[in-house]
Design a protein around this ligand. Structure first.
Ligand code: SF4
Length: 705
């Protein structure tokens, strides 16, 4: 299947899948990639890779790639291939028509983690400068937006606090709502190595992930909570620390805001937050909660505070953020780390494991409707003035629409046009029926992507995008590491994505004249203090840089955040009251569905499903506990119907004790499985991040579809 041959030359680049951001040598024969070899000097991976990255070129030349721009009048019409000029002119004239008929706010843009930093920056600039609004959002809306909000509130910035290497100094590791062995395999190997050396492990997850019983590293405590009760668990852990006198008072006195600490202590000490009270809510035995809290704070289950506290590090994933209380849980994690003094040095910290390669960068580059690049609010007139002077345009001080708001506005008739680059919202966002109905209601949808994906079914203009092998730029991984993406072959459709955005902007009358992504990065650095010391010449010289990177930091940037002082000054404790999810088991929907990933597939699978080497796991399955399966007459491999209040789908069953009774689990890599047909549009109270991890469902056997 793979055309292997002897490589003749190679180019260094960065994996386009998960947030580990491994460095690779793309080895070439002529203009063809023959293999991807993990780069031994890559700081994120040190010569390691996983199966996804090793075969990451497989989809780039797949026969499904669209290489000609296409337009159509209505989504029921067939596509018509056109030249670039016609496609861009058509998109621009439709956007202008909509704005003249329905107002400036009637259109918006969505960018993606699959875009480079430079591309994402250009999309938000296009929306702000050429569209004239802040209606721009990114896929972080549906994954780590609660991280942005929660860590921003507690620490003053939303990024992870450590390097990946820092795990090598950890004594206690707590993994919450993440499955690194499947979703971040290269980092998982690093973590397992540390565990084999004796670090102790606590896993908080409704499912028995691989780390719970992996050879030689098994978790000491698996807090197998009911889906939707994260905040109950974190409150119980905090209660133990406060009532048993295990907080690091000296650290807190020096580093943290005292009024917020006192208020937090008073709150978590209440009996309603005790492990005994929370056991009934989360299903984790009180004794286990107590021992896990003591282990995290002191390094032993008895809670003996020795002369040296352990380095305790928390790593978390979408099992934390994709909840109605996602932001609350992120704040709870920050509270736990601060009260035990576990922020601001090697081996500790709060570390969001970013699902996608450049989700960190997409957030950094200002693709949120309320923030300009560098996490600065659009209502800040001083910041806005800097961008207005540089961009020669007046900017709106009003936050724009988030993705769910755009969809709701489309259904109510006030939002009519969308530019969507690299994001398949119809497959990846919750409640597919709702998303599809909103897309159908729009008058001009422009999709810029590699394939005719689910979202393209609702598009009027298709602009063929380029894969990571076809363009230059940078990605920023989960440890804030900025690394180069380098072109190894020309764009199949003739233009890199940043060039397409530029063409659209010029057609709309807002001039952009970049000749290379390095010029875009120079503009980013000039306007974004945390990127002030980033440029392509330095990236060539050092391989990678970690933001903040400016005159106040080392030349290579900042490996560990909040050393000596939090970005906001004093770390702030926040009250995290548990509130039950609206998604509860009922007589009609008695099971709770939660979702996750598998090793061989990446996100909605558009790339990995088109890479032959990754197809050894080629369907999404529903995991169900043997008791629940037996009650329903379901056997291994049977087809089952899964029904929620949002919709229903059909999957094959895997009967397994990895999942607890009353809970079922599936993945979302294959469009035909329709996992998001059943997820609802409940979302995080602060950020609208969807509550993918809790859906009340019924499961019954059905005939093979
Ligand atoms: Fe590395 Fe993630 Fe790519 Fe695997 S998918 S090679 S862990 S960046």
């Amino acid at each position: 299947v793979i055309a292997l041959g002897q490589p003749e030359h190679h180019t260094l680049t960065t994996c386009a899948y998960c947030g580990v951001g491994c460095s690779f040598r793309a080895e070439m024969k002529g203009s063809e990639v023959v293999r991807m070899v993990p780069w031994k000097d890559g700081k994120a991976n040190e010569g390691h890779s996983c199966v996804k990255g090793r075969f990451a070129w497989g989809y780039a030349t797949h026969k499904d790639r669209i290489t000609r721009p296409m337009v159509r009048k209505s989504i029921d019409d067939p596509w018509r291939e056109v030249g670039w000029e016609e496609a861009i002119a058509h998109a621009a004239s439709e956007f202008r028509r909509i704005q003249s008929q329905h107002g400036r706010e009637a259109i918006g843009g969505i960018t993606s983690s699959r875009c480079t930093n430079e591309e994402t920056y250009l999309v938000q600039k296009l929306v702000r400068a050429a569209f004239g609004s802040n209606n721009v959002d990114t896929c972080a809306r549906v994954c780590h937006s609660p991280t942005g909000y929660g860590l921003g509130q507690a620490f003053g910035t939303s990024a992870g606090t450590q390097t990946f290497k820092s795990v090598e100094q950890a004594d206690v590791i707590m993994v919450i709502g993440a499955n690194p062995a499947a979703a971040h395999p290269v980092f998982a190997s690093r973590m397992k190595k540390r565990l084999r050396q004796g670090a102790r492990l606590i896993v908080v997850d409704p499912r028995q992930i691989d780390l719970v019983k992996a050879p030689h590293v098994r978790a000491e405590y698996h807090l197998q909570l009911r889906p939707g009760t994260n905040v109950a668990v974190i409150s119980a852990l905090a209660h133990v620390l406060v009532t048993e006198g295990l907080c690091a008072e000296d650290y807190v006195a020096e580093r943290c805001d005292q009024p917020s600490y006192r208020a937090w202590k008073e709150f978590v000490a209440r009996a309603e937050n005790s492990p005994e009270a929370m056991q009934a809510v989360c299903g984790v035995p009180a004794a286990t909660l107590r021992q896990a809290a003591r282990l995290y704070a002191t390094g032993n289950a008895e809670g003996r505070v020795g002369t040296r506290r352990p380095n305790a590090a928390i790593y978390y994933g979408l099992g934390v953020t994709e909840h109605a209380q996602g932001s609350t849980m992120v704040m709870g994690i920050a509270n736990l780390a601060m009260c035990t003094g576990n922020v601001g040095r090697e081996g500790v910290g709060v570390n969001p494991l970013r699902g996608q390669n450049n989700v960190q960068g997409a957030c950094d580059m200002g693709s949120f409707p309320h923030e300009l690049p560098g996490y600065r609010h659009v209502c800040d007139s001083t910041v806005r003035a800097q961008f207005e002077a540089a961009w020669n345009v007046e900017l709106s001080p009003e936050p724009g629409l988030r993705i769910p708001n755009m969809l709701d506005a489309a259904l109510s008739g006030s939002f009519k046009g969308l530019y969507c680059e690299g994001e398949d919202i119809v497959q990846s966002d919750p409640n597919t029926q709702h998303v599809a109905e909103a897309m159908r209601a729009m008058e001009c949808v422009v999709v810029q992507d590699l394939f005719l994906n689910e979202t393209a079914q609702y598009a009027h203009v298709f602009l063929p995008g380029s894969s990571f092998l076809e363009k230059d730029g940078t990605f920023t991984n989960a440890e804030r590491r900025i690394a180069r993406v380098r072109k190894v072959m020309p764009p199949l459709a003739g233009h890199a994505d940043w060039e397409i955005t530029q063409m659209l902007s010029n057609a709309l009358g807002y001039p952009m004249h970049y000749r290379h992504p390095g010029e875009i990065m120079a503009e980013i650095a000039a306007l974004t203090p945390t990127f002030a010391g980033v440029n392509y010449e330095k990236l060539e010289r050092h391989g990678s840089l970690q933001w903040p990177c400016n005159d106040d930091t080392d030349a290579l940037g900042t490996p560990i955040m909040h050393v000596g002082k939090f970005v906001r000054g004093k770390g702030r404790f926040l009250i995290t009251k548990y509130v039950a999810s609206d998604e509860k088991p009922t007589a009609r929907h008695p099971l709770l569905l939660t979702t996750g990933r598998i090793l061989s597939q990446y996100n909605v699978g558009a790339q990995t499903r088109r890479t032959p080497n990754n197809l050894w796991h080629d369907e999404d399955r529903l995991e169900i506990h043997p008791h629940d399966a037996q009650d329903r007459g379901i056997r291994e491999g049977d087809w089952v119907g899964v029904q929620s209040r949002a919709g229903e789908t059909v999957l094959r069953a895997t009967v397994t004790e990895r999942i607890q009774p009353g809970v079922v689990y599936t993945t979302f890599h294959f469009p035909e499985s329709g996992a998001n047909v059943i997820t609802t549009d409940s979302s995080d109270w602060a950020t609208n991040c969807p509550e993918y991890k809790v859906t009340a469902v019924q499961v019954m056997p059905v005939a093979q579809p």
